[in-house]
Design a binder for this molecule. Structure first.
Ligand SMILES: Cc1cc2nc3c(=O)[nH]c(=O)nc-3n(C[C@H](O)[C@H](O)[C@H](O)COP(=O)(O)OP(=O)(O)OC[C@H]3O[C@@H](n4cnc5c(N)ncnc54)[C@H](O)[C@@H]3O)c2cc1C
Length: 345
């Protein structure tokens, strides 16, 4: 294992929107920053990033390449690889990388994102981010006015179907393996013209590398342009767990939608010196919100470092004063004694 003496002000673990935005702010604050990034941002399967003001419709890899270049321009170092664990030291942290290398940091910003755990339907994972979708703000416009199916995986599916109805009037809700809905929900769905189909979805139908529909367990094929699912959002929290942090379950109604690492609004976790931002801390955050959270956490890290630096400077300033004060007191005491001895003679 190679371990250098180099110690960064901040090591950022995860170089997506949150991490790069944090790195940019820290580098501009004249902090030494290392970003360790394994290179698989959550939206990698999508062709474009939407609702990112000023960069609407940019491919995800392009947006991050721009972010890396901007942070690097101010001196941030960015390396490809993963961090596997971190350890708290008296004066900061030690981060162990997957290649066995070790780096040290005064503070950590962890922005490792989340994993979308998809339902085990044949052919579904392969279409994720293309025609298998979850977020209407990310993809709704692109599939507007087409046939959209919603796969019920939790009671939230009714809410999802009503939401997607905003983008198309052709929405069908597959009850799949979900228990029956309530009367009020059926009324809402009917009022918005959303039909409900019983029976499990067995597989996806694809032609010319495009989704064409879904096949029900009974063999019926329903033509569709897109299928909406609700993945389970699981925080990528291994490094944070190695520091003793425990993921919290996010519950909507009675349903667990995922896990996240709890933090205050500026990303401070229960481990002093460790802040989090983006999807690892907030499962609903989109790209622009993740970038904003990275900036906020970074500015608080800089403030924490300013406070530490100031404390050290005050101690250093006091230290020579104490030595001088001690010398003066000693001289005075010895002088008094000498004076007393002279008088006694
Ligand atoms: C299919 C899809 C499409 C989407 N489209 C949009 C959209 O159009 N607009 C929008 O605003 N949002 C969209 N989103 C949401 C968007 O992906 C997230 O909001 C955003 O990626 C969160 O940024 P982040 O920095 O928190 O995490 P990520 O972007 O996931 O970045 C985390 C980074 O950390 C790295 N990493 C993880 N673990 C480690 C480790 N141990 N060591 C080192 N590196 C590590 C990963 O490789 C990754 O590069 C979409 C999501 C999906 C799934």
């Amino acid at each position: 294992m190679s371990e250098t003496n180099q110690r960064y002000d901040v090591v950022v673990i995860g170089g997506g929107a949150a991490g790069l935005s944090g790195a940019l702010a820290l580098a501009r604050a004249r902090r030494s920053v290392l970003v360790i990034d394994s290179g698989s941002p959550r939206n990698a399967p999508a062709s474009h990033v939407h609702n990112y003001l000023g960069r609407e419709g940019t491919p995800p890899s392009e947006l991050l390449a721009i972010g890396r270049a901007e942070a690097a321009d101010y001196g941030a170092e960015i390396v490809r690889g993963d961090a596997v664990s971190a350890e708290r030291l008296p004066d900061g942290f030690r981060v162990v990388r997957g290649d066995g290398g070790v780096v040290r940091a005064r503070h950590l910003l962890v922005t490792t994102g989340l994993v979308d755990e998809l339902p085990p339907v044949e052919g579904l994972a392969e279409r994720w981010g293309r025609e298998v979708l979850h977020c209407p703000y990310c993809h709704g416009w692109e599939v507007r006015d087409t046939a959209v199916g919603v796969l019920a995986l939790s009671p939230m599916a009714v809410h999802q179907a009503l939401l997607w109805r905003q983008w198309t009037d052709d929405v069908v809700l597959f009850r799949h393996e979900q228990a029956d809905f309530g009367d009020e929900e059926y009324e809402q769905l009917a009022a918005r013209g959303i039909s409900v189909l019983d029976g499990a979805v067995a597989s996806l139908e694809v032609a010319d590398d495009r989704l064409t529909g879904v096949r029900l367990a009974g063999g019926t094929v329903i033509p569709l342009a897109a299928l909406v699912v609700q993945p389970r959002f699981t925080a990528r929290s291994a490094v944070l767990e190695s520091l003793g942090l425990v993921p919290t379950e996010m519950v909507v109604g009675d349903h667990v939608v995922g896990t996240y690492i709890a933090a205050d609004p500026a990303g401070a976790t229960d481990v002093p010196g460790v802040r989090v931002a983006g999807n690892v801390a907030n499962l609903m955050e989109q790209v622009v919100g993740s970038a904003a959270a990275g900036l906020k956490a970074a500015s608080m890290i800089n403030m924490d470092l300013v406070t530490e630096d100031t404390g050290r400077a005050v101690d250093a300033r006091r230290a020579p004063f104490s030595a001088e004060a001690e010398r003066q007191v000693t001289e005075r005491v010895l002088g008094d004694r000498r004076h007393g001895l002279t008088e006694a003679r």
